[in-house]
Design a protein around this ligand. Sequence first.
Ligand SMILES: Cc1ncc(COP(=O)(O)O)c(C=O)c1O
Length: 404
Amino acid sequence: MLAIEGGRPVREKPIVARPVVYDPDLMKEIEEILRSGVLVSTHGKWVRAFEQELASFVGVKFAYATTSGTTALHLALKSIGVGPGDEVITTPFTFAASATSILHANAVPIFADIDRETLNLDPASVEGKITDRTKAVVVVHLAGYPAEMDQFMKLAERYGLYVVEDVAQALGAEFRGRKTGSFGHISAFSFYATKHITGGEGGAVATDVAAYAERANLIRAHGETDKYWYEVLGYNYRMTELQGLILYHQLKKFDEFQRIREKYVKTLLDELAPLDGDLLVAIKPRPYVKHSWHLVQLLLSVERLRRPRDFVVEALRREGIGNVFVAYPTPLYRTPLFKNLEGHGRGCPWTCPYYGRKVAYERLPNAEWAAERVVSLLVLPNLTPEDAVDTAAAFKKVLYELRR
Ligand SMILES: Cc1ncc(COP(=O)(O)O)c(C=O)c1O
């Protein structure tokens, strides 16, 4: 009997995915920072050290740390000059910040559809959305699955567009042997608690272009070029030294964390094989990409089940699978933010006179299809192959029971 109907759960002690941050080696350095009283990056060394490590890891010349992935995206868009009157194309099947950062930059997000095999933006759909107002594309590498970067860079060249990579979920992923975050004009990373490496909160922009890097560094700190002299509109998006220190050490452990992730995912997909292609379809990497497994994305065969996806997810939770959730249940254009078109107030940026057009967001068939059937498993480096075996057992128990 299913746990949700009063049966015994697969796991008495639920699986909880959490980041692995504690490291005794860190304690001396944390104490040093605290004793010195230098907690700010403007006077310390750790944020700078982390930025250099990150740039070299990604394979670009410049990286600047920020307070979050959201501020990194905003900074990236501002650094390439996105602003009033511009359209920026992105996916609706993502976390809000991929699109809200476009609004923060006072530009209008335009949604293109996704590919059912990867759940990433479909380059053909993006091409169909390009207008004379399109300035950039925010390409999201969803769940750790690298987007089709050669096609996006070709589109960018043909139409004179910028590419901003949203690497929040895909640190260390590779497309044809090259790291995500090294293809676009500029890229944005997140170090939130669920990400590949974490500082609690945190983000970064990375680029190979000195002019964008310089602008990012300027806008990150008030647009101040000299003491109390403000050249452009800036913000305070600086990271603290404690975050810099933690992230520096987290990045050093990236390979170790990935091995743990890969073991968990391999075991999980092997164990799910009897269901795969029948009651669900697991999103699997194409041969020319290296997936970095922020999430395992599974698409339920909802037509073959007696209950909807949300019931299945709740049933899995009751079986003790604590890292199961839905990324994402609603394409962004169906949320009130993009229905009401309020934005900054008084309809800005949609009603901005520099824009002068009307947007009504339409439903995109593949995004709708994916949102109705996707089930996600958060992958973090505390998970074990035994957790994967139990997770697959819970899927089998629930899906066989609910099969039509
Ligand atoms: C695809 C994507 N973009 C951007 C962000 C924003 O990052 P943060 O939460 O660090 O602001 C996230 C984070 O959750 C994300 O998943």
